[in-house]
Design a protein around this ligand. Structure first.
Ligand SMILES: NC(=O)c1ccc[n+]([C@@H]2O[C@H](COP(=O)([O-])OP(=O)(O)OC[C@H]3O[C@@H](n4cnc5c(N)ncnc54)[C@H](O)[C@@H]3O)[C@@H](O)[C@H]2O)c1
Ligand SMILES: [Zn+2]
Length: 322
């Protein structure tokens, strides 16, 4: 951590109070309250306003020290301040290390819509220090772990096997290598489709059509992101089986993986699928031809599938809630 502190100290540091107190030996310039509510247009305005008042110049640098919430918010500020200044990311959650810090997407929420204002603005550096995960609560661990399993499912079956033999946790041997592998996997996809125009980047959205619908239908309060994605991966793989894209048995394998990691996978019985369908139609992958999902055909192979029949979603939902 010493090297990282020295590197970010000259920057305009954006961090969460709790995480900063635990890990930073100095007080950051912009302190943000924990929680998604801070990822707002108003917070961004406060941060860039303070930077302007302090006279941060065009050659100044910003540093994001925190989870995905801080990374998205601070990165957005870096992208709009003086039409864009250089920034560094120091992810402090597993999810941010393996996912949100790679790819250059920044955003804030507005008007009740998630990530509706944002930009593509690559950080000049991402500094990963797994030691920071020592203070991460267990539930946040599991949430990040879901995205790690996702890479295994969509493009890296060997990684899936490794996780099956030993799931992720603070003391897991080889953790650093696994984090590095996820970053390589994500970087390879992003390089092929940085601005999400060819459809390739959509494979990273496996589990997310259903997962986002679950999060939205429960006002983002019931599950951590990765938990909703775990259920999403199970149900979406059941859909692959129902439409004949995958052999039967694959969804059983996905559910067993989630179970092994202590993640949920059952479709919640108290939620009506009918309430989720409109959310799926609002998903960014959806087109005029209906609901779109990134579906597995086998372990390690995923592609964007358009016009997924609602009947297939219904059947899969029932299979997964049984
Ligand atoms: N830009 C992208 O490509 C991308 C990709 C995925 C997710 N995201 C965004 O990332 C956000 C979710 O990220 P997240 O799961 O990291 O959530 P988060 O940033 O809200 O962090 C989760 C919780 O962990 C705490 N925390 C963070 N680091 C800690 C540490 N080292 N020790 C103890 N506690 C710590 C935080 O206080 C918070 O309560 C969402 O806003 C999502 O939209 C962005
Ligand atoms: Zn995700």
């Amino acid at each position: 951590m010493g090297d990282i502190q020295a590197k970010i100290q000259p920057c305009w540091v954006v961090a969460e109070s709790r995480v900063a107190r635990r890990w930073l030996g100095f007080s950051p310039q912009s302190l943000v309250a924990p929680g998604e509510a801070s990822k707002s247009w108003a917070s961004a305005g406060r941060i860039v306003g303070a930077m302007a008042r302090a006279g941060v110049r065009r050659d100044g640098r910003l540093a994001a020290f925190g989870g995905g919430m801080i990374g998205d918010l601070a990165g957005f500020c870096a992208s709009i301040y003086m039409r864009g200044i250089s920034w560094i990311q120091v992810p402090t959650t597993l999810l941010a290390m393996v996912d949100s810090s790679v790819g250059g997407k920044t955003a804030v929420h507005s008007g009740g819509a998630k990530n509706i204002i944002g930009s593509f603005w690559q950080p000049s550096e991402v500094l990963i220090c797994p030691e920071l995960l020592q203070s991460l609560p267990r539930r946040e661990w599991r949430s990040g772990a879901a995205e790690v399993w996702k890479y295994g499912a969509i493009m890296d079956p060997a990684l899936w096997h490794e996780l099956e033999s030993e799931p992720l946790g603070p003391a897991r041997p080889g953790l650093e290598k696994i984090i590095a592998r996820c970053i390589q996997n994500k970087a390879a996809v992003v390089e092929a489709d940085e601005r999400e125009t060819s459809g390739r980047r959509a494979i990273l959205n496996f589990g997310h059509t259903i997962g986002h619908a679950l999060e939205a239908a429960t006002a983002f309060k019931r599950w951590r992101h990765g938990e909703a994605i775990a259920i999403g991966m199970a149900v979406e793989t059941a859909i692959s089986e129902v439409i004949g894209l995958a052999d039967s048995g694959l969804s059983q394998r996905i559910c067993a993986g989630m179970e092994r990691q202590g993640l949920p996978w059952r479709a919640p019985e108290d939620l009506q699928l009918e309430a989720l369908i409109p959310e799926m139609k609002r998903d960014k992958k959806a087109g005029a031809d209906g609901i779109a999902m990134s579906l597995l055909s086998e372990l390690g192979a995923c592609r964007l599938w358009r016009n997924v029949p609602e009947q297939a979603i219904k059947e899969a939902w029932q299979k997964c809630s049984a």
